[in-house]
Design a binder for this molecule. Structure first.
Ligand code: SF4
Length: 440
């Protein structure tokens, strides 16, 4: 269980020397309890206190990192059951399962690896590949490693096979699947030898907790749990129980990320199973189907769930050129909330009409929210127009404000003498018609 500020305070020197930057040890302890400062800021903590505080500061769900040639994925380290309580930190890794015997193995992985989709300014891709050893695993590992730099997961029962294949991936952080009550000892030895992460599987949480402790006793710290479960309901129940036990009761034997195979009940239900796993705590989601029409919505769902609700997605403030604008093209103004920016930019781009789009720094808020919060006002708009030297780019000094902030037009005219201020439509979808009819 995490320590309270008072409990932490009792372990500090209590001299109020202020060297940590806080006026008292109690103030520092409170910040430490809220995880807003590092313990290292106090140079006088005893070794014994450091040990106790480090244990209490350890995340209830272990952080697992898989890595390959310069790419890595981190999962776990979560601290809340529900995103609105704080945030979810590390997105589940989306892996594509391929079979070692597939004659088109390299071609399939290369095609999936090339998949990249842009969503409100961010590039989304798959995170790695799970190779199932239904034939020569080592040859398959070599073939896959030739076409992707992403982390791998190896699925095999044969320990010798896993050992030799992991030898080909020296220096990487690989996931191996899976240890159960019958083979955990030999798999733990292989995982330890190659510094790999080991999936532990069981159909019961009790057995799983027992197994993780045994594997840990063999010197393997990095584990992932396969919770079993025959259907959506069973897996959801187990996933929720494991998360709750880890977070609320600090039950370390279940304090590991989980893995979920989305096609376990058929590929026709794969998208639904994957969506639930993303929403409800999976650390890794393994897909059997590579289909952009399924993967894109899953990636967007994942992004939405793992976006920090306190930090809106933003684009860089600046002047964006749409459809090669000329000096006489209109100047549109909006905020730097990504969805607002892309709504405006996509509508204008789709219309084929050229425009200068000035994106102001509104701390990532949409137009109305920013206006209500005082982050999108005449002063900020004028500052952006002047700061980005918009007057040097245009021959006609005319700007178009979003319709929702028509009330600002008078103040903007005062802030920007010599500029004509027009009020555009409220919705981005109406911009092309407005530009055609009102800006000629
Ligand atoms: S540096 Fe340490 S001893 Fe000094 S005030 Fe901060 S917490 Fe207390």
């Amino acid at each position: 269980m995490a320590l309270s500020g008072i409990q932490i305070y009792k372990m500090l020197p209590q001299t109020n020397c202020k060297e940590c930057g806080f006026p008292t040890c109690l103030a520092f302890a409170m910040k430490l309890a809220a995880k807003q400062v590092e313990l290292g800021s106090c140079p006088y903590v005893s070794e014994e206190s450091k040990k106790q505080l480090a244990e209490s500061a350890a995340p209830p769900i272990r952080l697992i990192t898989l890595r390959a040639n310069g790419t890595e994925i981190k999962v776990g380290n979560e601290v809340v059951m529900f995103r609105h309580e704080k945030t979810f930190y590390n997105k589940p890794g989306l892996f594509l399962r391929v079979k070692a015997s597939d004659p088109d193995l390299a071609k399939k992985v290369a095609a999936a690896d090339a998949y990249k989709v842009n969503y409100v300014g961010m590039d989304f891709t798959l995170d790695g590949y799970a190779i199932e050893a239904d034939s020569d695993l080592s040859a398959a590992v070599k073939a896959v490693r030739d076409v992707t730099k992403r982390p791998l997961m190896l699925i095999a029962n044969d320990v010798t096979l896993l050992d030799s294949s992991l030898g080909l991936l020296a220096g990487e952080g690989t996931l191996i699947y899976a240890g159960d009550s019958s083979n955990y000892e030999s798999l733990a030895d292989v995982a330890k030898k190659h510094k790999a992460t080991l999936v532990i599987k069981s159909d019961s949480l009790d057995d799983l907790a027992d197994l993780t402790q045994k594997v840990q006793a063999k010197g393997v710290e990095d584990m992932v749990l396969d919770l079993g479960g025959k259907n959506l309901g069973e897996w959801l129940t187990r996933s929720t129980q494991a998360r709750r036990l880890a977070l609320k009761s600090n039950f370390k034997p279940l304090g590991y990320p989980t893995i979920f195979f989305a096609a376990q009940n058929g590929v026709e239900k794969e998208a639904v199973y994957a969506a639930q796993a993303i929403a409800k705590y999976a650390g890794f989601v393994v897909l059997d189907t590579f289909a952009p029409e399924m993967i894109y919505p899953l990636l967007v769902l994942r992004e939405n769930i793992y976006t920090d609700p306190q930090k809106p997605i933003q684009v860089q403030p600046g002047v964006y050129e749409i459809n090669s604008p000329k000096p006489e093209s209109p100047v549109l103004v909006t905020t730097n909330f990504s969805i607002t920016y892309f709504a405006v930019a996509n509508e204008v781009e789709g219309s084929g009409l050229p425009a200068w789009l000035v994106v102001t720094d509104a701390e990532g808020m949409s137009v109305l929210t920013a206006w209500a919060a005082g982050k999108f006002d005449a002063e900020r708009i004028a500052k952006a127009i002047k700061g980005f030297n918009v007057a040097d780019k245009v021959s006609k000094k005319r700007i178009v404000l979003p319709g929702h902030v028509a009330v600002l037009s008078g103040e903007v005219e005062e802030e920007l003498p010599g500029w004509e201020v027009r009020v555009g439509p409220r919705e981005a979808v109406d911009l092309p018609a407005f530009m055609k009819q009102a800006l000629n």
